[in-house]
Design a protein around this ligand. Sequence first.
Ligand code: 5CA
Ligand code: ZN
Length: 407
Amino acid sequence: MRSWSGPPVPSLADGGLGTGPVPVVHDTAAGEARTLDGEGDARLYVCGITPYDATHLGHAATYLTFDLLQRAWLDQGRGVSYTQNVTDVDDPLLERATATGIDWVELAERETQLFREDMAALRILPPEHYIGAVESIDLVVDLVERLKKAGAVYAVDDDLYFEVHADPGFGSVSGWDAAAMARIFAERGGDPERPGKRDPLDCLLWQAERPGEPAWDSRLGRGRPGWHIECAAIALAHLGTDFDVQGGGSDLVFPHHEMSASEASVATGERFARSYVHAGMVGFEGEKMSKSKGNLVLVSGLRAAGHDPMAIRLALLSHHYRSDWEWFDEEITAAEARLAAWRRAVDRPTAAPAGPVVAAMRAALADDLDAPAALAAVDAWAAASGDDTAATTQLRTAVDALLGVAL
Ligand code: 5CA
Ligand code: ZN
């Protein structure tokens, strides 16, 4: 699939400001902070949208989290190889298409295009590989065949299931106990009650054709991919095994990331990802913002109302990525005031020196992507005065490189 065009990321090293530290980020699987170091390009996979409705602030906050991580790696002088999927065939998309009378392909294309435009407006760095489920069906079929060879697949009617206990490490991403897994599995697309399954948590790999639903001919029969195997197949094909970070919102910890990791490691005999990083949930009107509930604040809606995308970005950055938080309409007003103050500050002829504030921004980002602390450092610089003539240009560049905000 076509990705979107991202802004160039200026190099602070080229501007005489050296390089930043290696980021240390909370890893869900480890249950603690991990130093995200390694050789060569950092390899990142982030779960993409299911394109049946427009991008809301929860999606934007999650993708912004991984944009910050990439900026921290780039500032450290490391390259990044980034893959993101689009779940362009799945139950919720097909249900919405049927309910609204729109062809599912058209719905997916329309919402994916709107997502690209929202991401570009927010200056979110694009993935190098932006990959749809539909264009990856052969990859899924190949991976299911590898799982079959490993003895981890069985059929219920004509559907194929992954036997979760084929993976001795099953449970190691979420760290949840069996009761917690059982409680959440059905809520998030699982079918624990289906007769014929060996374990209630076993998950669908390949769903045989249902009347009126899209299906593809394959060596597995005519059907379509399950959800978790989609991300396992796309990540393995475009990043390989043992990549640096698997990311997404915290609603994906279980079952999605748990299942993808188990499927990939049973098929390959290797670790799927080294670290699992999850963004908190953004709420609105007392509940998690979600397409299924319809309590949405859309990025495109705020843009259409005339709000500067850089203010939307700053509003999101004012919350730590790991916290669950609720959107209030006043957030955008506060962010617009901050953006105006920063723009005035970089338009001054002289200011306080840039070195200490750039160091503070870098330290904040390297410390579990603490964007609110980075914003506070820039606020303090903007409120102070000084006689350094190079500072404002350096700050403009640092705010662009590290926070992605164009002043
Ligand atoms: N296509 C799958 C992932 S393979 C999916 O979950 N799609 S989604 O459209 O429902 O969500 C896209 C991304 O936004 C996921 O990473 C999800 O965790 C995140 N997300 C969804 N709702 C919220 C929210 N309210 N707050 C923060 N992140 C959210
Ligand atoms: Zn995914």
